[in-house]
Design a protein. Structure first.
Length: 401
């Protein structure tokens, strides 16, 4: 008897092959896709015939052409394919049950309905969304792997220092999520945060990051460091969850950290997602004393309105501006305008992505308050909690950064 894990593996392999087929057919032109679907139907019919009709499990082969047709041509492809499959698995090639008995008409009717339902489901899934069915299936598989990784504690924060540009002291850290995959090694958040956002795993990641980063900061304080502010990136979806405020207060209460030592980093996307809920939740945590930072400032579309409407304490000037601030006078003028605007509204400015001394000097000359970048310190694990001076924090650089 086959074990359950054996069966799970076989199902996973079959799902992977079907996904691959649907993906490949989405790249094919219409005539080649029709040929592929016809070949798959012929293959399924051959399998059913070969089986002598008795092991009805072979009939499941018909699901593959139906899924491919629905994924490629939506309902227009699913309907004829399901009907053809139903006829082949029924009246045209009647299956035999054990002992030579023919299957009753009700059985193939039920099977036809199952074929049509699967075709309809796949067509609805792939049409209702801007993403193809193949992309949705791939997401579902990768999300499963990411959920496992979360459960197995393969996700954790690295910390990048943020410095006061005048005193050159570390004033805080940004917690950046890392995934230590046993096969791929250290995976960059750029590779899994978008997937996490599409599949709602971002809430679990945000909650984990909040808990870990807030606790780490409380540990640093207990080890005698100066007052530090920990910045945590929060996704649009997480920010708008009814449980969001509870996640913040739970993390702070558990670690015994003051709200003023936590900074929530949001982007314009988070605000656009659901403006009313975002405003209500941001205002709520701001009233508790948590700092609010607008990340990647200058890359969105209507940043100025948000600056006025939302209680923003910190404006992070996007790396794309800092990259040329020391060589391009136009870029420097833009950075100066952002700094003056933020200061006029009472916000602190942070220059992101400082990689060389000239950028640092340019930002200081333009009046930027704080800075972050590889030149000042790379994201790293929290190895030196007890160090009296938190810089440099680690000897080994983060390979992802
Ligand atoms: P971000 O919040 O803007 O974080 C800054 C990113 O710039 C980090 O990339 C950091 O490693 C990188 N960086 C810092 N200094 C420099 C530099 O001097 N040069 C260059 N080229 N890059 C620098 P990372 O860690 O790969 O994160 C990428 C993005 O992923 C983050 O951008 C953030 O949007 C997202 N992210 C990271 N962790 C989390 C998380 O826990 N939750 C959510 N929702 N998003 C996260
Ligand atoms: Mg950030
Ligand atoms: Mg940023």
């Amino acid at each position: 008897m086959r074990s359950r894990s054996d069966r799970r593996h076989r199902i996973a392999r079959a799902a992977a092959r079907t996904t691959y087929l649907v993906k490949a057919s989405a790249r094919l032109g219409a005539p080649s896709s029709v040929l592929l679907i016809a070949a798959l139907i012929a293959g399924a019919a051959w399998l059913t015939k070969l089986s002598g009709g008795a092991p009805t499990a072979y009939v499941h082969a018909y699901y593959v052409p139906i899924i491919v047709a629905a994924g490629r041509f939506h309902w227009r492809g699913a309907l004829p394919t399901a009907v053809v499959a139903g006829l082949l698995a029924g009246p045209l090639m009647p299956l035999e049950l054990g002992g030579g008995a023919q299957q009753p008409a009700t059985e193939w009717c039920v099977r036809l309905v199952a074929f049509l339902t699967i075709g309809w489901l796949v067509a609805a899934l792939s049409k209702g969304s801007s993403r193809s069915f193949a992309a949705i299936v791939t997401d579902a598989r990768e999300a499963h792997v990411l959920r496992l990784a979360l459960a197995q504690r393969q996700l954790f924060p690295h910390y990048q220092p943020i410095l006061d540009l005048r005193t050159q002291h570390v004033v805080g850290f940004e917690a950046l999520c890392r995934w230590q995959d046993p096969v791929r090694g250290l995976v960059s958040p750029a590779d899994f945060i978008p997937l996490a956002e599409r599949t709602q795993i971002d809430v679990a990641i945000g909650t984990l990051m909040l808990g870990e980063a807030v606790q780490q900061t409380a540990d640093w304080h207990a080890a005698g460091t100066r007052d530090l502010v920990i910045a945590v990136n929060i996704s649009a979806n997480h920010l708008c969850q009814p449980t969001f405020i509870g996640h913040i207060t739970d993390a702070l209460d558990r670690a015994g950290l003051r709200p003023a030592n936590l900074c929530v980093e949001i982007t314009e996307t988070a605000i656009i997602h659901d403006r009313a809920t975002a405003l209500a939740n941001i205002t709520h945590i701001h009233e508790l004393g948590v700092l609010i930072s607008l990340d990647d400032f200058g890359t969105g579309q209507s940043s100025l309105a948000y600056l006025q409407e939302f209680p923003i304490d910190i404006v992070k000037i996007d790396q794309s501006f800092v990259a040329r601030v020391d060589v391009d006078p136009k870029c420097a003028a833009l950075v100066l305008a952002i700094i003056q605007l933020a200061h006029a509204l009472g916000a602190t400015t942070v220059g992101e992505g400082i990689e060389r001394p000239a950028q640092l000097e340019a930002l200081i000359a333009l009046g930027c308050n704080q800075g972050q970048g590889f030149y000042l310190g790379r994201p790293a694990p929290p190895v030196s909690a007890a160090a009296p001076e938190l810089r440099p924090l680690v000897s080994s650089p983060d390979p992802v950064a």
